[in-house]
Design a protein around this ligand. Sequence first.
Ligand SMILES: Cc1cc2nc3c(=O)[nH]c(=O)nc-3n(C[C@H](O)[C@H](O)[C@H](O)COP(=O)(O)O)c2cc1C
Length: 229
Amino acid sequence: MDLEEQIYTRKSCRNYVDDEIDLTIIDDFMNSTKQLNEDINYRYEILKLDEVNNRARFSAPYYLAIYTDKKENYMDMGFIFEQLCLYLQGIDIGNCWVGLASPKKKNSDFVISISFGKSDNMTRDLSQFKRKSLSEISDAEDERLIPAQLAPSAINQQPWYFKHTDDGFDVYKVKHNIIKRQFVKKWNEIDVGIALAHMYVANEDTFEFYKKANFENINGHIYAGSIKI
Ligand SMILES: Cc1cc2nc3c(=O)[nH]c(=O)nc-3n(C[C@H](O)[C@H](O)[C@H](O)COP(=O)(O)O)c2cc1C
């Protein structure tokens, strides 16, 4: 199954049917995901609807709860688990990142949930994506950024910015104003990781992530790392 193809047809799924899913496919796929940083601790568990506090306006039969011990790992959580979302999409399992659902059993390491389940309403045409233009998300319009442009993000904020380098891009997170920041802070880290996952999936053989000591400061932006593609 081609993960990249899913980028152009996916949508956040908010209509599910109750069919059971063989959950072993998730562990199997998770063994093959790429990470941005190798030395991080994280784990996930799969919960049924009755095991989550759900404040979102829709519900799903299953929720994957993500846990990690450090805030610095949030971008990686987006990066790793968006690969899973694209995989699930490709095997007809709809999914949606949900900031507004958390496990009933409290745990301070909890980061975010992903709802998933069988669905018959989980694809769309390219024309139906609502996204910033390529020139808004980069210093120079570049079609190689379409996979990042189409990535999902919390309240569709698309808080990413790409600056060209010789062999790829320096990647920045857009800073929000103080009020918005309180609301979407940890989600923005996840969002940038999700956009990088799309860049990885579209450039699987060449993708590399690294951090520069000397990067350009851009007003209103925070340097997140650099990619070779
Ligand atoms: C970190 C994150 C948190 C999200 N939280 C919610 C949520 O709580 N409820 C919801 O309906 N959608 C949520 N979404 C889905 C976004 O609203 C959706 O990705 C965005 O509007 C773009 O639409 P698309 O995913 O269909 O392309 C979340 C997405 C991300 C990446």
